[in-house]
Design a binder for this molecule. Structure first.
Ligand code: NAP
Ligand code: GLV
Length: 308
């Protein structure tokens, strides 16, 4: 029996070391140099090349190396009988909270304008956006959304949360699936933390932007597929949105000639909002590997029916 580490754009050797530090007897293979495909029962993946996992006849579980499992769900080469899981560790949540808080403060205090002004040696003051105009609306109140809400509440922000099932989180104004319009009407800063599913694909579009309370700002830290890119440009150009901070994109890396690069109202980071630490995640992965071998329920199993 062996465990496979597979990623298209990431060095998986630190992952191998971290797993072996948990259990030095583990048999770990790192794609693409796999000795015996038929011995692999458990794979840990980040954006693996599609179709490849179809060649592993005894695969029982594929775990995402991160919180999102959309990259696994869209790979038709993974048979339906293979269980899917994801990693959920405390630092994923705390990093996301800090990223979102920082993005909000950068917006409020005009950080990117001052960076531009310094380049030009130009002295000009801009009023900070008051907190009263910064009601935050979090789309997706799962592991990440709840952690972000907690940090924002502790920093004095009003927080609204939208999810399929209405939550009862202390201090958060909760909205259920059918209450999206009310949620948007009470939120200035929209933070997308939804999983990418059939229902949420393209959810960040012009009609939705028009329903956000003014002044409005968008933070997308979920997936590029949530955003209709041309609608964002239109919303920024017509003043529907005052700015946006984007960490995720339909195509990553964002192509050099992409329109977003030259837009001063768009802050861009290269998918770094929250990165899984192999040393923290390894114990959870080994635990799930053990569980899969003995047929036990997995930790953080993905519900294929719901798509997250
Ligand atoms: P999660 O725990 O699965 O939570 C998802 C939340 O979205 C749940 O509250 C769910 O509602 C809600 N939701 C799902 N579909 C919905 C719909 N159609 N309408 C309304 N609400 C809906 O996910 P998570 O761990 O918080 O992560 C969220 C996403 O963040 C990931 O999928 C990933 O794409 C992204 N992410 C990005 C980074 C980065 O570095 N940029 C890092 C980590 C994660 P219920 O609670 O009612 O089911
Ligand atoms: C990162 O995007 C993750 O899903 O963990």
């Amino acid at each position: 029996m062996s465990l496979l580490l597979i990623a298209k754009d990431r060095d998986m050797n630190p992952w191998k070391e971290a797993l072996l530090a948990v259990d030095k007897n583990l048999d770990v293979e790192v794609w693409p140099r796999v000795e015996q495909k038929d011995r692999v029962t458990f794979a840990v993946s980040w954006n693996h090349p599609k179709e490849v996992l179809g060649a592993y006849p005894n695969l029982k579980v594929v775990s995402s190396l991160g919180a999102g499992a959309d990259h696994l769900l869209k790979d038709e080469a993974i048979p339906e009988s293979v269980k899917l899981a994801r990693v959920m560790i405390p630092s994923l949540k705390s990093q996301m909270g800090e990223y979102v808080l920082n993005a909000i403060q950068n917006y409020r205090f005009h950080t990117s304008r001052y960076v531009d002004q310094k380049r030009e040696a130009y002295w000009s003051k801009h009023d900070a956006v008051p907190k009263s105009d910064c009601a935050v609306g979090i789309l997706g109140m799962g592991e990440m959304g709840e952690a972000v809400a907690d940090l924002l509440l502790n920093n004095g922000f009003l927080v609204n949360g939208w999810s399929v099932t209405k939550k009862g989180i202390e201090g958060v104004n909760s909205f259920g699936a059918k209450e999206l319009d009310d949620f948007l009407a009470q939120s200035n800063i929209l933070v997308c933390l939804l999983p990418l599913t059939k229902e949420t694909n393209g959810i960040l579009e012009l009609d939705l932007f028009k329903k956000i309370k003014q002044p409005s700002y968008l933070i997308n830290v979920a997936r590029g597929g949530h955003l209709v890119e041309e609608d964002l440009i239109y919303a920024l150009d017509t003043g529907v949105l005052s700015g946006a901070c984007l960490d995720v994109f339909e195509e990553e890396p964002l192509p050099e000639n992409h329109l977003f690069w030259n837009r001063p109202k768009i802050m861009i980071t290269p998918h770094v909002a929250s990165i899984t630490d192999p040393n923290e995640a390894a114990a959870q992965i080994v635990e799930n590997y053990k569980r899969s071998l003995s047929g036990m329920e997995l930790l953080n199993e993905v519900d294929r029916g719901k798509g997250y």
